[in-house]
Design a binder for this molecule. Structure first.
Ligand code: CP
Length: 321
């Protein structure tokens, strides 16, 4: 793997990354959370959009692998003076960094950066395009919920996942709709007509799409992934209104009761409690939301390790490079 720009990958590659993340996950139980694998390597987190989970978990992941991690945000960097992404990237590369993690509001920015700087680039979310490490951590958390400690080597064969909400604006939905089917899951996209990809029936992503959340809940999916309503990406009036959205597509307490105890409740965060998900649903035993956050560190360790220490035999054997 040279870069991680997309969640579109073969099943074997996805399972290998998830299994490596399982190795990394062990460190969460240790008192000293440090592996020497990336000692002497420098990773820059270049965030042109706000983030809590992704930025901090990439920072923790790099530090737990002993890399030197530098955080640069749009505000406070020369980007705010008008410096282009290309010039910012070339400037960082000229300082000898080994890898760049980038979040941008512009779809396709990480791929351009990868072409320009000749260093491994990780897409930490680009516009409405993709968020591959989010999809990997979602798959990791779901696989663990289903298979527990026996998750290693397994996919998500036959697991029915409904992704609900603002599909059109969601890089999380797109990356999950690419990754989860590769692992064997059956994905259904659910949302208001204005938030679904154009056209009825199977979408260009090859997965089912529907506006009827209640019909999907009646099918008893194995996991329901609620998406944040991205008010900042709406142009003009929000369609549907908040009240209409809650009526048709929110995981309310009433829908939670109909969903039953078996379905896992997922959300990439940050949540709008009371809009796309009720507080009771977010905090239910079936909720994997905080497990997804924990998985984010393990998965991002696996990604950084794969890109920057690929010749290393095992991440947890105490070796160094
Ligand atoms: N899920 C996610 O990308 O969250 P942040 O915006 O907080 O990084």
């Amino acid at each position: 793997m040279t870069h991680l720009l997309t969640a579109a990958m073969p099943r074997d590659a996805a399972i290998a990354l998830l299994d490596l993340a399982e190795d990394m996950h062990q460190i969460q139980d240790r008192q000293v959370k440090k592996l020497p694998a990336l000692r002497g390597r420098t990773v820059v987190n270049l965030f042109f959009e706000d983030s809590t989970r992704t930025r901090s978990s990439f920072e923790i992941a790099g530090k737990w692998l002993s890399a030197d991690v530098i955080n640069i945000s749009g505000k406070g960097s020369s980007a705010s003076k008008g410096e282009s992404l290309r010039d910012t990237g070339l400037t960082i590369a000229a300082m000898g960094v080994d890898g760049v993690v980038v979040r941008s509001g512009s779809s396709g920015a990480p791929a351009l950066l990868a072409d320009w700087i000749g260093r491994p680039v990780v897409n930490a979310g680009d516009g409405t395009h993709e968020h591959p490490t989010q999809a990997l951590l979602d798959a990791f958390a779901l696989r663990r919920r289903i298979h527990g400690d026996a998750a290693r080597g397994k996919g998500l064969d036959g697991v029915r996942v409904a992704i609900v909400g603002d599909i059109a604006h969601s890089r999380v939905a797109r990356s999950n709709a690419l990754l989860l089917p590769a692992l064997g899951a059956e994905v259904t996209l659910v949302g208001p007509p204005a938030f679904l990809p154009p056209g009825a029936g199977p979408t260009r992503l090859g997965v089912r799409a529907t506006t009827d959340l209640d019909a999907v809940i009646a099918e008893r999916p194995d996991a329901l992934m609620l998406l944040r309503v991205q008010l900042e990406r709406q142009t003009g009036a929000v369609v549907p209104s908040a009240a209409e959205y809650i009526t048709g597509w929110s995981l309310t307490d009433e829908r939670l009761a109909r969903l039953g105890d078996e379905a896992r409740i997922m959300h990439p965060g940050p949540m709008n409690r009371g809009l796309e998900i009720s507080s009771r649903a977010a905090d239910a035993d079936a909720s994997t939301i905080l497990e997804q956050v924990t998985a984010g560190v393990s998965v991002r360790m696996a990604v950084l390790y794969s890109l920057l220490a690929s010749d290393h035999p095992s991440p947890t054997d105490g070796g160094s490079r």
